[in-house]
Write a protein that binds this ligand. Structure first.
Ligand code: SF4
Ligand code: SF4
Length: 170
């Protein structure tokens, strides 16, 4: 992957489905909020996290990948699953109350009376570009938005379909 790219408004996305390529779990540091950090420390130990002067993170391996990322055949899966940090659940979507990356008309999304602006990181290989499908507009995006607003939703459309738990992590 090259350097940071500008997020794209959701109106260019036909749909999204995680291909388990693992790119997002290798290329980015995952910031944790305090409750997420505490849950991970209680279940796995503080050595699965790291910090700098202002933020808490998931630990990365020496190759830069997340400590919970593991390989399953030709896929890359997450060992945290239901404990996934919010930042991971939301990737590759970015949801704001202001059009932070411009193109407000194309990023606008009305959600339960709230005016939101939704973008996607084009580095994700799970994005299918094109005219948004009904499923994407009415099922996939609302689930990501609900997560971003802190609602407790079970992830049906906003996560990969293949779930295999590594015995070392459970
Ligand atoms: S969310 Fe996107 S980048 Fe991350 S593993 Fe799935 S397809 Fe790959
Ligand atoms: S917690 Fe899971 S989804 Fe998040 S970076 Fe680590 S392996 Fe990827």
């Amino acid at each position: 992957m090259t350097g940071p790219v500008r997020p794209v408004p959701w109106r260019y996305v036909a749909s999204w489905s995680c291909t388990a390529c693992g790119l997002c779990c290798r290329a980015y540091s995952v910031v944790l909020n305090y409750p997420e950090w505490l849950n991970i420390v209680k279940q796995f130990g503080v050595e699965y996290t790291s910090c700098d002067l202002s933020r808490l993170y998931l630990k990365r391996k020496t190759d830069g990948s997340c400590v919970f990322l593991y390989r399953f055949g030709n896929r890359w899966l997450c060992g945290l699953q239901n404990m996934k940090p919010r930042a991971c659940k939301l990737w590759p979507f970015k949801i704001y109350s202001k059009p932070r990356f411009g193109r407000a008309h194309e990023a606008f999304y009305q959600y339960a009376g709230s005016k939101l602006f939704v973008y996607v990181d084009p580095n994700c290989s799970g994005i299918m570009w094109g005219i948004p499908t009904k499923r994407f507009v009415h099922e996939v995006l609302p689930e990501f938005i609900a997560i971003s607003l802190g609602k407790h939703v079970s992830q049906r459309f906003s996560t990969g379909r293949l779930k295999v738990y590594p015995s070392v992590l459970v």
